[in-house]
Design a protein around this ligand. Structure first.
Ligand SMILES: *[C@@H]1O[C@H](CO)[C@@H](O)[C@H](O)[C@H]1NC(C)=O
Ligand SMILES: *[C@@H]1O[C@H](CO)[C@@H](O)[C@H](O)[C@H]1NC(C)=O
Ligand SMILES: *[C@@H]1O[C@H](CO)[C@@H](O)[C@H](O)[C@H]1NC(C)=O
Ligand SMILES: *[C@@H]1O[C@H](CO)[C@@H](O)[C@H](O)[C@H]1NC(C)=O
Ligand SMILES: *[C@@H]1O[C@H](CO)[C@@H](O)[C@H](O)[C@H]1NC(C)=O
Length: 398
């Protein structure tokens, strides 16, 4: 009786205010489960604010039956790529993580879910985030379609026992060539293949497949496109581009490479003796990606650049997008690598701690430990896309 009368009062309290009242000494066991149903993958524990939600699209609270499964299912039906549980009983969804949320210690997300005490559902002001890994980003890249910067590769054999492209995807609704390409691109893969009218497979190598000529099933979402056949994959590859540093003072341009500087990071440099291990460079939703077409190779992705620092690429399958733009057009019409709608903040700076190697730096500053500002030369980063193939759809149709 007492509980029943108190409960509505508790529910009416703003959830984040309640979070403040969690006593510091309340710690929960470490054996709690954080697993989410596929295709959702754990993305980490993040800070959250009452005034600026880390996931801000839609939310609900449930005193009795919140769980990771319930929250991810809720966000799934709304086709939002991120789901987050907090304070045991709250569920938040969003198309992207707000930059106001920062990564927190995993141990901060430690409260059992109200609907499943074996699962963790975040903490006080701590959002435990899940990513619908193969979900189509809310802002699907216009460049990721058969008509865009993906090239038709061919019709290839496939089998259930030995997949030609190993990474299956979960795509909501019907299939089109563009949906599959953008999904594979968002997962950092260089190859995309549609099969049996409605399936989408991704990967970085073609396995043991051989070419075939009977990809003959129309896509379930666009009858004028071909989406493979029975054990047949219509395969596309993301076209890559080269980057040139064009000096503002008119000095001859230099080619840039992606250069590994540690196990986890890479930077852009004009070093020619350091051969780039990357087969494909891509721009997806403002994030610069590298793809290595080797089995098990992890793609490199760039978070937004930091003033004064090299443009760092980290090896991870996903990175939050930022409010930048992929490229901007120069007055001469060439595509320039840009971030936060600026293409004019890049410089090539001799890195004094790396034997004078010339590295790309975003908005160089004085007093940096790795370079002297006076030696930095302002550059534009010109993106040159490879040639596209045309007319394959018609060839395939007849
Ligand atoms: C929530 O997401 C949907 C689908 O992406 C979008 O149409 C809507 O504007 C979003 N609402 C808010 C409040 O962000
Ligand atoms: C892709 O498939 C390979 C082989 O099955 C697997 O090792 C890898 O983890 C998968 N990658 C992703 C991102 O699902
Ligand atoms: C269907 O595919 C054709 C050929 O690729 C394309 O021109 C057309 O825009 C697509 N239609 C839709 C609705 O996506
Ligand atoms: C790299 O750029 C510098 C100018 O900043 C230039 O002097 C040097 O020759 C370039 N090196 C290569 C290998 O292109
Ligand atoms: C300079 O080189 C070091 C070592 O490779 C690297 O860690 C650092 O990011 C570089 N710094 C800049 C600003 O280029």
């Amino acid at each position: 009786m007492v509980l029943n009368t108190l409960l509505p009062l508790v529910v009416l309290l703003p959830a984040a205010l309640v979070a403040h009242s969690v006593p510091r000494h309340m710690h929960y066991g470490r054996s709690l489960n954080t697993a989410a149903p596929t295709p959702w993958v754990a993305h980490g524990c993040f800070t959250d604010k009452l005034t600026a939600r880390t996931l801000s699209n839609i939310s609900y609270a449930d005193q009795r039956s919140m769980s990771i499964d319930a929250c991810t299912a809720f966000c799934d039906t709304r086709k939002l790529a991120y789901a987050g549980v907090e304070y045991g009983r709250e569920c938040y969804c969003g198309a992207a993580l707000s930059p106001t949320g920062a990564r927190a210690n995993t141990g901060d997300c430690n409260m059992p879910c109200t609907g499943n005490s074996a699962q963790v559902c975040g903490g006080g002001y701590r959002l435990q985030v899940y990513l619908n890994a193969p979900a189509i980003p809310a802002t699907a890249p216009a460049s990721a379609g058969h008509g865009g910067r993906w090239n038709y590769l061919g019709c290839y054999t496939d089998s259930v026992a030995a997949r030609t492209l190993p990474n299956g995807t979960h795509i909501v609704g019907t299939m089109t060539a563009d949906k599959c390409a953008s999904t594979c691109q968002s997962m950092g893969f260089a190859l995309a293949g549609t099969e049996y009218s409605r399936e989408c497979w991704c990967g970085n190598t073609l396995g043991t497949a051989s070419t075939a000529n009977n990809c003959d099933m129309p896509c379930s979402g666009n009858r004028t496109q071909i989406c493979g056949g029975g054990n047949r994959l219509t395969t596309s590859t993301s076209s890559d581009f080269t980057l040139q540093a064009v000096f503002r003072d008119g000095a001859p341009p230099v080619a840039l490479s992606v250069l590994d500087v540690s196990v986890h990071t890479a930077i852009l440099s004009n070093c020619t003796t350091c051969a780039p291990p990357y087969d494909s460079l891509d721009l997806i939703n403002g994030v610069f990606h590298t793809v290595q077409r080797k089995v098990g190779a992890v793609p490199g992705v760039s978070p937004a650049p930091t003033a004064g620092e090299a443009l760092t690429l980290t090896y991870a399958a996903h990175v939050e997008t930022f409010s930048g733009s992929c490229t901007m057009a120069s007055p001469a019409g060439s595509a320039l690598l840009a971030a936060h709608a600026r293409h004019d903040l890049w410089s090539l700076c001799p890195n004094t701690t790396a034997d004078g190697r010339n590295d790309i730096v975003w908005a160089p500053r004085t007093g940096h430990p790795h370079y002297a500002l006076r030696d930095c030369k302002p550059v534009d980063l010109v993106v040159e896309y490879c040639e596209e193939e045309e007319g394959y759809e018609e060839d395939e149709m007849e």
